[in-house]
Design a protein around this ligand. Structure first.
Ligand code: BEZ
Length: 211
């Protein structure tokens, strides 16, 4: 069955470019992003792994560990790493699972046979420190992901985990946020001391509370 938001992210042990990893142990108390790449030595994946590696300091700032997956061997991954560094200007700096037997791909339903018969699509699973799945994204092989969007949703997930707010359309870190409708105006006054603007009783905006 498909993995749903709020499910415990299935645990697994897998060989990676940084040795054998048990997923939950690897995450520890951090947030995590597990994301699949259809195959080694493919063009879009090469650009993605370079871009995620370049952005690793941003993920570190957000206490978030990256874990990639591709259905080839560790030896193949090691050869591909050279190409990633050479063409993208950044060396791979997080572990890449060698999922030759598709064990993890199947556990996470990353193979969508009507899109690609035996390779994974571009799945993204964001997992919280409680090991629950907070967000899933699925892209076809032909469309590379957007690192800024992954960071943006991570900012929203981390913010809304700590405050009774949600983030509006096209929100980015630092923009005003929406006060949860369940919070009364009276409670909102104490919870959000920077004040709030009421556009409708159900649509109240307040400055981002953790800034
Ligand atoms: C790519 O990364 O470019 C790619 C991988 C598998 C199928 C199609 C494209």
């Amino acid at each position: 069955m498909a993995i749903r938001l709020g499910d415990i992210a299935p645990d697994f042990t897998a060989d990676t470019t940084e040795g054998t990893i048990s997923f939950h142990d690897y995450l520890g108390d951090s947030w995590g992003i597990l994301f699949s790449h259809p195959k080694d030595f493919t063009p879009v994946c090469t650009t993605e792994l370079g871009a995620f590696s370049a952005a690793k300091p941003e993920f570190d700032k957000r206490n978030t560990k990256l874990l990639g997956l591709s259905v080839d061997s560790v030896e193949s991954h090691e050869g591909w790493k050279g190409d990633i560094a050479e063409t993208q200007g950044t060396a791979l700096n997080f572990p890449l699972i060698a999922d030759e037997d598709r064990k993890v791909a199947e556990l996470y339903d990353m193979i969508h046979p009507n899109e690609l018969e035996t390779l994974t699509v571009r799945s993204v699973f964001i997992v919280g420190p409680d090991k629950k799945v907070k967000l899933t994204l699925t892209y076809p092989a032909s469309t590379g992901r957007n690192v800024d969007e992954v960071l943006r949703v991570l900012d929203s997930l981390q913010l809304t985990a700590g405050f009774s707010v949600s983030t509006p359309v096209n929100w980015t870190d630092g923009d005003d946020v929406i006060i949860a409708p369940a919070i009364s105006d009276e409670d909102a006054t104490t919870k959000f001391p920077k004040g709030f603007t009421t556009l409708k009783p159900y649509l109240r905006l307040t400055p981002q509370p953790n800034k």
